[in-house]
Design a protein around this ligand. Structure first.
Ligand SMILES: NC(=O)C1=CN([C@@H]2O[C@H](COP(=O)(O)OP(=O)(O)OC[C@H]3O[C@@H](n4cnc5c(N)ncnc54)[C@H](OP(=O)(O)O)[C@@H]3O)[C@@H](O)[C@H]2O)C=CC1
Ligand SMILES: O=C(CO)COP(=O)(O)O
Length: 296
């Protein structure tokens, strides 16, 4: 079998590290990197299995410009909802790849801890159970893999938790305390569930690794890029400067806009995500706290 990771960022490198414990895993990226088994894009695309670790917002353009379906089996490792269109990643990929060849990775998984071989549990989500189990079999023993057929739920959880992580970072940056952060995360889980159910997600996904697990991880750790964006926003730093200094993607910034658009269009009550979108547009975080506390 042959497998390649597309996108040699933090997550792509971590996934290659993990997969290489069991199989020879190639990797390719826009900029050449001195990594073992770094190959050309053409060689990567010729592999039977592909793992996409590109930022969600660039996926559609990348597929348009580079992808040719040759029967490859796909694991999408990105987390986000496309701003502008409000498209989930399964919708974007479905335009290029048959559903039975598509799977999606979710769950609490910081790249930096995977790179240390620390115990991690993830979920591989697909309508094709056999495909999910195939990809699950490639992962090493320190990564416990579950499978699920709730693709929508996994995608909503992976994307929405990034927005809630920004909210949690703001909470801590404003020094609002542990009560406030716990309440915010709990109410955020309710809101994420409400949003996901509207699009057909399954209840238990939100109580598992994809939902509560990834939310608890990302909303309570400075390892999260999204949490750090929120923390620095609360300190009064400008978003552009924060992202420049971060040097890595913070998907919640873009997914926040997508959720704002989708919730407004479909009339879904998502007050926390709504306030994060307003804060990212310049609203004073302290005003958002007052408005959330006043919200009935
Ligand atoms: N980091 C983590 O802990 C985790 C991240 N994820 C998700 O994985 C995805 C990638 O995140 P991560 O790897 O951390 O991000 P990074 O910012 O570390 O890396 C982004 C990667 O995407 C590539 N890239 C960026 N823009 C383009 C473009 N326009 N065309 C082609 N390639 C592009 C870059 O290529 P190059 O370097 O060659 O320029 C880089 O390799 C995100 O959706 C994230 O939410 C999921 C779980 C954990
Ligand atoms: O998705 C992640 C952990 O599961 C990574 O979160 P950040 O993108 O906020 O760093």
């Amino acid at each position: 079998m042959s497998i390649a990771v597309i996108g040699a960022g933090k997550w792509g490198q971590a996934l290659q590290f993990a997969l290489s414990k069991n199989v020879t895993c190639k990797i390719t990226s826009r900029q050449r990197k001195s990594l073992e088994n770094f190959v050309s894009l053409e060689e990567a695309l010729a592999c039977e299995y592909l793992v996409f670790a590109l930022p969600a917002q660039v996926v559609r353009t990348w597929l348009d410009e580079h992808f040719q379906f040759l029967g490859q089996k796909i694991l999408v490792a990105a987390k986000g909802i496309e701003k502008g269109s409000g498209a989930f990643l399964n919708e974007i990929f479905a335009a290029y790849i048959p559903e039975e060849n598509l799977s999606f990775l979710s769950g609490p998984s910081f790249a930096s801890e995977v790179m240390q071989g620390l115990p991690t549990a993830v979920v591989i989500n697909s309508s094709n159970e056999g495909l999910a189990k195939e990809f699950a079999s490639f992962f090493p023993s320190f990564m416990k893999t579950y499978t699920s057929n709730d693709v929508i739920g996994a995608e909503v959880c992976g994307a929405y938790k990034n927005v809630l992580a920004i909210a949690s970072g703001i909470c801590d940056g404003l020094k609002l305390g542990n009560n406030a952060r716990a309440s915010l995360i709990a109410r955020g889980l309710v809101e994420m569930h409400r949003f996901g159910k509207y699009f057909g997600a399954t209840d238990e996904t939100f109580l598992g690794l994809s939902g509560a697990g990834d939310l608890f991880l990302t909303a309570s750790s400075t390892l999260s890029r999204n949490y750090r964006v929120g923390f620095f926003l609360a300190e009064g730093k400008k978003l552009d400067a924060i992202l420049e200094a971060l040097g890595e993607v913070a998907e919640g910034v873009f997914t926040s806009e997508a959720i704002f658009e989708l919730s407004s269009k479909h009339g879904i009550y998502t007050p926390i995500a709504h306030e994060i979108a307003l804060i990212l547009k310049g609203k004073n975080p302290k005003e958002s706290v007052k408005d959330l506390l006043a919200d009935s």
